[in-house]
Structures are given as C-alpha cells and as structure tokens.
Ligand binder design. Structure first.
Ligand SMILES: Nc1ncnc2c1ncn2[C@@H]1O[C@H](COP(=O)(O)OP(=O)(O)OP(=O)(O)O)[C@@H](O)[C@H]1O
Ligand SMILES: [Mg+2]
Length: 361
C-alpha cells in the first residue's frame, strides 16, 4: 500500500493538452474516483501513473518514490481496464495464478492467494472453467481477482464496470466498495459515471478539459461544488442554472432574470455581495424546488411544461419566465401541461455562482 502524488503533471499530445498542471494526492488506502466527461484526460492521467505513457512535465510519486523513469512492471501497481483480456485457453484458476507465476511466487503461496481471492470474489466454484464459460460479470470478477492476488501498492481501474449491464454494474459497484473496505488498498478509479464516483469513492477528483476542477468528498462535491461545472456534473437530473442580475428596490434584494424575480434571504444577500459583477447564476437542484398550487402565497409564478412520472418521484418541467427548470414532486403529484403553478426555491439550499468566473459564491 502507498500514497500516490501527482505534482504539476502535464501531458500534451502535439497541440492537445490532455492533462493540464494537475496536482493531486491520493492518500494511502484511499479510494479516489477520477471523473469527468469524455476526453477530459482521465485515462491519460491514469496511464501516466501506471507508466504506460510518459509525462510531458511534472512528477508522479508512489509511496514517496518518484516513478517517472520506472517501467510499469517496476511500479508495483495493478491495473483493471474496461476491456479485461482474460487468457481464453487458461482456466479461471490459471488466469488468477498467471501474474504470480510471472513474478516467480512459490507454488504453495500462489495456491493460497488464488484461493483467497476466489473466495472474496465468490468465484471459487468457477475455478476450473474457461473464460468463455462465464457470464460477463463473472469474467469481470476474474479480471479483478487477477489484480487482487498481486497485493499491489495501488489499484488503477479504468471504467472497469462499463461493459456490464445496468443491474450487474450496480451489484459490482457495491462489491468493489466492500472489497476496498476489506483491503483498504489505494485505488484510483476512473469513470465518467458521476453516480459510480459518488457511491464508491472516499474522495472524488472532477476533471474538465484536462484541468482538475475540484477534489473533495462526495458530500463536498454535491453540496459545496466549487464552480458551475462541478455543480452541473453531479446529480441527476442536472442542477438547474438560471442567470440574472442582482437588484435592490424597496429594501428588497432579489435576482432578476427574464420573466422571473427571486427575492433573496439575508444570508443569500451577503453571498451575492461577493460577486465581481451584478450578474449571478442561481443553481437549484430539482429536490430543492417545490411545486405549489397556483393560489399559494409563496413561490414564483410558473407554468407546467411536461410531467415525467418515474414511480416514487415525478419530475415536473416548468417554465419560469423564459427558462425551463425541472422540479421533483412525490409520485402522487397530478398536474397537467400548461397549468399555472408556483415554484418555491429552498433559500437554504440555493447555489449561487459568479456569472463571470463561474465560481461558487
Ligand atoms: N495518443 C494520443 N494522441 C493524441 N491525442 C490523444 C492521445 N490520447 C489521448 N488524446 C487526447 O487527449 C484528451 C484526453 O484523452 P483521455 O483518453 O485521457 O480522455 P478520457 O477522459 O479518458 O475520456 P473517455 O471518458 O472518453 O475515456 C482527448 O482530447 C484525447 O483526444
Ligand atoms: Mg478514458
């Protein structure tokens, strides 16, 4: 086990800066998820830690030792990729044993480690089968087992669950999490799935365009996003963003957008005071918007656009002035399109961003 430290790491491919001055410390035993949209530099970052590609500049240290010039095989890390290639002609047991044989581990030691990994992953009954006789999820577990038997300093995983169907992915998600709790080995886990990152990781590093946007616990990332990118990336449906100008009239401070005016609570008034311009972006998650009847005494006038029942929750898309926003209601909600309603913002759960810098206020 070891910590992994990226210090001012840059990787350019010609004109493309894939990883742009990234500083990140993954603590010993920590499960760090690296998330971001396609092309943001996640795989490139992971491959530099693995030693599969060279850095343009910066340093990477594993367990306190700079590894820039070390070959992948000398870094003592295990990788699990999206396309786990198992050896088709070897049995599950042989697949698990192979990396240990390559490392000249003794036969008796190999037996013990393979047995243990198989037990942990619930594949003991499959040890004599060939990969083609396994389901996708079972193959995935063998691939994990092959990494696990090695007892490496760190696991690097690049979208290891993305080939699985939705149900299996959710199941493997909790198994991986349990595995990590049992082993507390350092894990760097790349995914574009914010839900996977939120549910599994100790901390999340959010990347966009090669730049690290924020590093924090799932709670930090969800409740205290550093900027509009992070705020919009986590949560589903995505956070609503509304831009408007801070105005004060008759002692009331409000944000005014096209066709709506949102009065602010005292605390939110002091927050918008920190903005560099009078233009701010209001962020509201669907759970922090309440749909009220048209004759309610609070909330802003709005109009129903569409209604999406999903079972427990019903998503109500509404026009607020000239902007569409989504609110969630209990599944018992019954409304109709074009119906006038009022929309209440939870002032204690309002996200506010500087319109110019896009940073949280
Ligand atoms: N060998 C390469 N040559 C040129 N450009 C590359 C190379 N590898 C990656 N890139 C570019 O670097 C950027 C980051 O790529 P990377 O594979 O790290 O993204 P990613 O975050 O893993 O995306 P995805 O979620 O799609 O896997 C992209 O713009 C990509 O086109
Ligand atoms: Mg990738």
């Amino acid at each position: 086990m070891a910590n992994v430290v990226l210090d001012d790491v840059v990787k350019s491919f010609g004109d493309v800066v894939a990883v742009d001055h990234v500083n990140l410390e993954i603590e010993d035993g920590e499960f760090m998820a690296l998330v971001g949209p396609s092309g943001c530099g996640k795989t490139t970052t992971l491959n530099m830690v693995a030693g599969l590609i060279e850095l343009t500049s910066g340093t990477i240290a594993i367990g306190g030792k700079v590894v820039n010039d070390l070959d992948p095989k000398d870094r003592d890390i295990a990788m699990v990729f999206q396309n786990y290639a198992l050896y088709p002609n070897k049995s599950v047991a042989e697949n698990l044993a192979f990396p240990l044989q390559m490392r000249k581990v003794s036969k008796s030691d190999i037996e013990v480690r393979v047995k243990r990994a198989a037990e942990i992953l619930s594949i003991s009954h499959l040890l004599n089968r060939k990969p083609r006789q396994l389901s996708g999820g079972q193959q995935q577990r063998v691939a994990l087992g092959r990494a696990l038997v090695r007892d490496p300093k760190a696991f690097l995983m690049d979208e290891p669950l993305s080939n699985l169907d939705a149900m299996l992915r959710v199941q493997m998600r909790s198994e991986l999490k349990r595995l990590h709790q049992q082993f507390s080995t350092t894990v760097i886990y790349v995914t574009h799935d914010q839900m996977e990152a939120m549910t599994m990781a100790d901390r999340i590093a959010v990347m966009s365009g090669g730049v690290l946007q924020q590093v924090g616990t799932p709670d930090d990332i969800y409740n205290r996003p550093a900027n509009t990118f992070v705020a919009g990336f986590v949560g589903s449906p995505a956070m609503n963003f509304l831009s408007g100008n801070v105005t004060t009239s008759n002692d009331e401070t409000a944000i005014q957008g096209s066709g709506w005016t949102l009065p602010l609570s005292q605390r939110n008034i002091s927050r918008v005071g920190g903005s560099t311009t009078s233009e701010v972006i209001v962020g509201a998650r669907h759970t922090n918007l309440t749909v009220l009847p048209e004759d309610a005494t609070s909330g802003l006038p709005a109009r129903v656009y569409t209604i999406e029942p999903t079972g427990d929750l019903t998503f109500v898309h509404v026009w607020l002035g000239e902007q569409l926003v989504v609110a969630s209601t209990p599944g018992t909600y019954h409304g109709v399109a074009d119906q006038p309603i009022r929309l209440e913002f939870d002032q204690d759960r309002l996200y506010l961003f500087d319109a110019e810098t896009k940073r949280a206020l």
